[in-house]
Design a protein around this ligand. Structure first.
Ligand code: SF4
Length: 593
């Protein structure tokens, strides 16, 4: 319930903002726990707009797991959009948690979900708007512990002056352990001693101690998956129930960070998935559910899962989507089961245009498989195809770029041979970012000029094909991502200056002021492009080397060297390549399961 005290303070401001429903909470499916009686109070902060944050599956898991415990409470906060932020600042008001309407400093732990590097300055602004010092060394016993989790913690160094503790790996178990330990220790010792104790938990990295840590891995069970979640008052980015099938991906694409940091592969049991989907849809009223995984059709029982679910939901108008299907395991039966009620766009990710380049990145996908999957879809009524490509990859040549256009021409040729109408093809083309803990972590990124030349070349080639549209990711944004993700603790000063200069919600193209980044780089004597496009030496200590994700560094380096010779590595589902994760974490290999 929205109480009178809150309305008296904020109602007038809410009337003036573009979308007040982002800031009132009280959504259907949200928890309503008593703030005062909770022993441990956790605030999950998503440093992006409400409609992005509310769709994030990771935060739904943590929100649900903490709130299921009778002694704990988890509330949420999303970054206010610029108009509401200005109103709050002008009126000297702090931000507040959505459900309890409490100020962030009233919580025990404030945990930020760092999904992408471009949210870093937003984190600082949200700390300022909470009246919490942005630097960790300036905080005292009156302040909550500032925590961060999510994929960006794979290199915590750039944010190391601002965050008290980072969670490395899956948060399910470790977040609860941190909160329970905090309850035991609060009021018994000073804050910095508590942080020292929390850093003893496996999976916790405290920058002020600069400890080494291993990531945490969670098992995928029925119990640790939500069957309900807050339904936004207005349409969000992904307005559907999400059921996670598996975590980790044994395809080991060499540029893919999600694949490497989420190993080993863990699969949720078929019966649990079916039960979760039925319950989640029933509890939320969604008319669509998505079976989430880095590669949905790699789940060992995917056909049975889809068959059970399609039988259950037949005739109800409730659809299922498989967000990431592999073209080599593409099955028309699966596609039909997954899209039984409506024909949406089919997405396929060749990532590169030539076989040579697909071997460099270890895509394990042939031209024939891509074309066959596409033609099967067109024959069965899908006429919108979306392909994902990456450009600027290590060892890429202009012939590899031409291969993207050649591939589309081959699809069109196959359509003519089969008497089919050309499909509408959209190519979403991103720029390679060398990510920590991947075989390409040592590689350089192309400069902006190099990428602009490549985009120009591709645009000219594409002009003669009428049924294709190219959407390019902003190369400046990709350069900044690389700059942040490969940086060390010195980047904290850069992030601080940027935040002071007004950078906020910079992952949105319309907010990104690239000149501001350049101005600050100049002031601090930093060359952004040089940092983003430098190649690390193979024996160099990397900024993220004290964080261990289980894959041996020597294996990553072998993979990088194999890429130079366009040598592919066989997926985990076919043969174990001894990357080290399964033995380091003493888990069963997917083949043995
Ligand atoms: S140890 Fe083998 S099976 Fe396990 S993740 Fe690595 S390559 Fe795959």
């Amino acid at each position: 319930m929205i109480d009178d005290k809150f309305l008296a303070e904020y109602e007038n401001l809410l009337y003036q903002t573009e979308r007040p429903s982002r800031y009132i909470g009280d959504e259907f499916g949200s928890y309503d726990k008593d703030f005062n009686s909770a022993q441990g109070k956790f605030l999950f902060v998503f440093p992006d707009k409400y409609e992005i944050g509310i769709s994030n599956f990771g935060h739904k898991i943590i929100y649900d797991l903490i709130n299921k415990r009778s002694n704990l409470l988890c509330d949420r906060l999303y970054a206010p959009d610029k108009d509401f932020l200005e109103l709050l600042e002008k009126n000297n008001k702090e931000i507040y948690a959505l459900e309890s309407k409490r100020k962030p400093k009233e919580f025990d732990i404030v945990g930020f979900g760092l999904q992408y590097e471009m949210c870093y300055t937003t984190v600082l602004k949200l700390l300022e708007m909470s009246d919490i010092p942005v630097f960790n060394e300036d905080r005292n016993n009156s302040h909550p512990i500032i925590m961060a989790g999510g994929p960006c913690t794979s290199n915590p160094k750039p944010m190391s002056k601002f965050i008290d503790i980072f969670i490395i790996g899956d948060g399910e178990d470790v977040d609860i352990e941190v909160l329970e330990k905090y309850i035991q220790l609060k009021n018994k010792m000073p804050r910095d001693e508590i942080i020292k104790e929390l850093a003893k938990i496996e999976g916790v990295y405290a920058p002020l101690l600069n400890n080494k840590t291993n990531k945490r891995i969670a098992q995928l069970t029925y119990e640790n998956h939500p069957i309900n979640s807050p339904i936004p008052h207005f349409a969000s980015v992904h307005d559907r129930a999400i059921i996670e099938l598996r975590r980790g991906c044994g395809r080991l694409c060499r540029f893919c960070q999600a694949s490497h940091i989420n190993l080993p592969i863990r699969e949720r049991k078929k019966d649990d998935i079916v039960k979760l989907a039925k319950e989640y849809v029933k509890n939320t009223g969604y008319d669509e559910y998505s079976l989430l995984s880095l590669s949905s059709n790699d789940h060992g029982k995917i056909e049975e899962i889809l068959s059970d679910l399609s039988c259950h939901f037949r005739g109800t108008g409730i659809n299922v989507s498989l967000p990431s299907q592999r073209a080599d395991r593409f099955s028309l039966e699966l596609a039909k089961l997954a899209q039984s009620e409506k024909k949406a766009t089919v997405t396929i990710a060749p990532e590169a245009g030539t076989q040579r380049m697909r071997d460099v990145i270890n895509k394990n996908l042939s031209q024939e498989q891509i074309i066959n999957a596409t033609i099967s879809c067109i024959k069965n009524g899908w006429n919108k195809i979306k392909y994902y490509f990456v450009i600027g990859l290590p060892f890429e040549t202009y012939d590899d770029l031409k291969g993207i256009v050649d591939l589309i021409e081959s699809v069109n040729l196959a359509c003519r041979e089969n008497g089919l109408k050309y499909p509408q093809i959209t190519c979403s083309i991103s720029v390679f970012v060398p990510k920590p803990h991947t075989p390409f972590q040592w590689a350089r990124q192309n400069t902006i000029l190099e990428i602009q030349d490549k985009i120009k070349y591709l645009r000219e080639l594409k002009d003669k094909i009428k049924n294709v549209k190219f959407n390019f990711h902003n190369p400046k944004m990709s350069q900044l991502e690389a700059f942040f993700t490969r940086g060390d603790e010195k980047l904290s000063d850069f992030i601080y200056e940027l935040y002071k200069a007004g950078s906020y919600l910079d992952s949105w193209d319309e907010n990104l002021d690239f000149d501001l980044y350049q101005k600050i780089a100049q002031k601090l004597n930093i060359d952004i492009e040089k940092e983003a496009s430098k190649e690390f030496l193979s024996d160099e200590i990397l900024p993220w080397d004290n964080i261990f994700y289980g894959v041996n560094k020597s294996w990553l380096l072998d993979e990088y060297n194999k890429a130079k010779n366009s040598t592919a590595t066989i997926p985990c589902e076919v043969k174990c390549n001894n990357c080290g994760v399964c033995s380091n974490f003493k888990t069963k290999k997917i083949l043995d399961k």
